[in-house]
Design a protein around this ligand. Structure first.
Ligand SMILES: [Zn+2]
Length: 416
């Protein structure tokens, strides 16, 4: 399928025109006036000149950006959920084009990867009222289509990856580098318009230039699960080279990411998975042993492979698996968990926790700084996404059915 297929040519032309306007505006600024470097330097040291520059910049930020008229009311295609239910409630509808506010950007979505969050919002979760109608979609990559006031560092058309977590940006946790713990934190598409659409609006702080070696599909597939798993293993469990890590449910999105990150660190990976295909794929990703999680003897097999216990357990299943995982943890062991898909109650032997100096660590998403760190690693060629299939956005129902059936290994990616 051609990269430009499905995009209104008129709209594309308009985006290009906006890009040209941004460039000409920049050329008209005092620091692009063509003087030689010496003259410019002399001018810049003049305090009066600096004040004039600051004032003109402030003035520009106050006035509506002339390059991006925020007045368009063109419709775009988006996946809209109007009531909770099965895949049949997913409808492609015309909705108003997003318009960027101050310090926001609009991204023309080229690829968007599904997560279980998309299913939860569609189905509805008791006690978690999601606002309807909703458009989900957290993991996206695309091109900058328009920018709001105050955004001067991104040209129209720049390829970007979209950070899936949105926060207030000004609280102590946000400025302290833990924006994923902000009281206002939400995942894109969880409580506002997400990326299962032709365009998505996000704060400027939520886009990072896409490394050229990643396709849009790769970039979309490498966001949420990689960030979650990186934060779990690197920031929380502080996994080190040579340690043994047990990765539960290795066929899941976070499991696939967890194996790759553990291998990158130099740890030895023991994994569990429920099907032959998933076990094979986990071995191919670098796990040393992959055990059948449906075989009740799997804990014994872990004990045989790691007689003194494992150093880290990567957990997201909960219930019995959590309890068994705790029993397999060695001295100074760390269990890190980001979910409980099978049950939120678990029994813990506290004597083991204190005598063995063990840690139980909760983890959710990761910070914007960690996302930047990961993107730098992608640019160097580390981490390849595992993509199960790529479908057009119009096949959103089939895509969610596939994810729900757990028949997929890796990400399901859609192209608007
Ligand atoms: Zn905050």
């Amino acid at each position: 399928m051609g990269a430009e297929e499905g995009v209104n040519p008129e709209r594309r032309e308009k985006e290009q025109r906006r890009g040209a306007q941004v460039t000409s505006q920049r050329l008209a600024e005092p620091w692009y006036d063509g003087r030689d470097a010496g003259e410019q330097a002399r001018a810049v040291v003049s305090v009066r000149h600096a004040v004039v520059v600051a004032e003109s910049r402030a003035e520009r930020n106050r006035a509506p950006a002339p390059d991006c008229p925020p007045t368009e009311e063109e419709p775009m295609k988006a996946v809209v959920i109007r009531e909770h239910g099965g895949p049949e409630v997913l409808r492609i509808e015309d909705v108003p084009d997003p318009v960027p506010g101050p310090y926001e950007v609009v991204v023309r979505v080229k690829a968007v990867a599904l997560n279980h969050l998309d299913l939860w919002v569609r189905k509805g979760v008791p006690g978690a009222p999601f606002k309807l109608p909703a458009t989900t979609g957290a993991d996206a990559a695309g091109d900058i289509a328009s920018v709001g006031q105050g955004v001067s560092d991104l040209a129209i058309g720049t390829p970007v990856m979209v950070l899936p977590g949105v926060s207030c940006g000004i609280c102590a946790l946000c400025v302290g580098g833990a924006d994923h713990l902000c009281a206002d934190y939400h995942i894109l598409g969880e409580s506002g318009p997400g990326a299962l659409a032709e365009y998505v609006k996000v704060p400027r702080a939520n886009v990072v230039a896409k490394p050229a070696n990643l396709s849009y599909e790769d970039a979309a597939a490498l966001s949420l699960t990689m960030l979650t798993s990186w934060h779990m293993l690197v920031a929380r469990a502080q996994l080190r080279g040579g340690e043994t890590v047990l990765i539960q449910a290795a066929g899941s999105g976070v499991g696939v990411a967890g194996i790759q990150i553990a291998k990158y660190i130099g740890a030895r990976v023991i994994a569990t998975a429920g099907s032959e295909d998933k076990r094979k794929a986990a071995l191919a990703l670098g796990a040393e042993h992959v055990l059948d999680s449906r075989d009740p003897s799997w804990p014994k097999q872990v004990k045989a492979l790691a007689p003194r216990g494992v150093d880290v357990v990567f957990e997201h299943v909960g219930g019995d698996i959590f309890e068994q995982s705790m029993r397999l943890l060695g001295r100074a062991g760390r269990l890190v968990t980001c979910g409980a898909t099978t049950g939120i109650d678990a029994k813990i032997n506290l004597r083991h926790v204190f005598f063995k100096s063990q840690s139980i660590l909760g983890s959710t998403m990761g910070s914007k700084g960690e996302y930047h760190q990961l993107v730098a690693l992608y640019a160097q060629g580390f981490f390849k996404p595992v993509i199960d299939r790529v479908l057009p956005l119009s096949e959103i129902r089939a895509a969610q059915e596939a994810l729900e059936s757990r028949e997929v290994f890796g990400k399901v990616v859609l192209r608007p």
